[in-house]
Design a protein around this ligand. Sequence first.
Ligand code: HSE
Length: 395
Amino acid sequence: MAKAAILGYGVVGSGVYEILCGNSENIEKKAGQRIDVKYILDLRDFPDHPHQELFTKDFNDILNDDEVSVVIEVMGGVNPAYDFSKAALLKGKNVITSNKELVAACGTELMAIAKENSVNYLFEASVGGGIPIIRPLNQCMAANRVEEIYGILNGTTNYIMTKMAKEGADFDEVLKEAQRLGYAERNPEADVCGHDACRKIAILSSLASGKFVDYKNIPTEGITEITRADVKFASKLSSVIKLIGSARLFDDGKVFARVAPMIVPESHQFASVNGVFNAILLHGDYVGDVMFYGRGAGKLPTASAVVADVIDAVKHIRTNKWQEWIDKGSEFMVDASKVAYRYFVRTKDASLGKEFANAQSLGEIDGEYGFVTEEMQEGEFLQQLSQRGTFIRML
Ligand code: HSE
């Protein structure tokens, strides 16, 4: 029998407990042994919980219990999650997490410690919520060089954008709803400003390239500047606006990654990815395009990915599964100003579009003018625009 400890009894932690207890027979068959929750660590009290004996406020109870072989870190944030995860790995315990902030910041070190101690640091739930993506990228795509990654990687912003586009809903109201549904981060700025998606594309591009892609080097824009006029102009282009995390991995080892809203044609698979759903498109040199779709946030979808890692860890006790990236500095990151796109521009200047070669006019909406440029390098485009309008890149 394997004993597990859950660190953090929030949305995901309570979901993990629910699945481990509610689906225990099935999980036992798959893991080859029973998995029992021995501890739940949380600073809060849960007086209505039927198993008060499981709760502790002292991490040392878990660390010093040799029976505990799996620590499930679903607390979020870097501290104290980092200290707890590191201590557990050094003690020879497997650590499973949904904590993208910690994986993006300290994954290099934690995976190396796991390897040295013949245990696993697994983080399937850190990207795409319930969607299997880390394991497929790491294992099923192993014969390929992954050349491109595109993803709708944040459920909260996709939920907000969908409600705004389809129902004309108010930004703040929908954000509150996403918080109520357990989709949003504790500080929802991480969602709406793009930081959450940034950490996720950092994790995916690090895994795909084998090199630590530091999230701090990824240009990141959120959805806070998107207006109703942008949505209407996009509609004129038979398109929608989505927050997209993207990465290109070049054959000379260079990597480019970005998070930004993009104009997505209705004919693209991403256009019909709505609400809390996420989608991730990988392009491998042998397999071509592969797409993953499912619920990107929420209690049980995310918890189901965590529990899958718990089962995997229990099946590979004292065997480190290959999963790592190496810190090689940041020289290999491509300068964002060199990357080319077509751009949708919204401006109060009726004649601005005429300054851009072959620009396609979208006419006027509510006193503002829209046009689409031809493909241009970003540096050149920004210079020509000279802050006379706002823009969204075209997918
Ligand atoms: N806040 C995140 C999201 C949770 O909305 O996608 C899942 O990582």
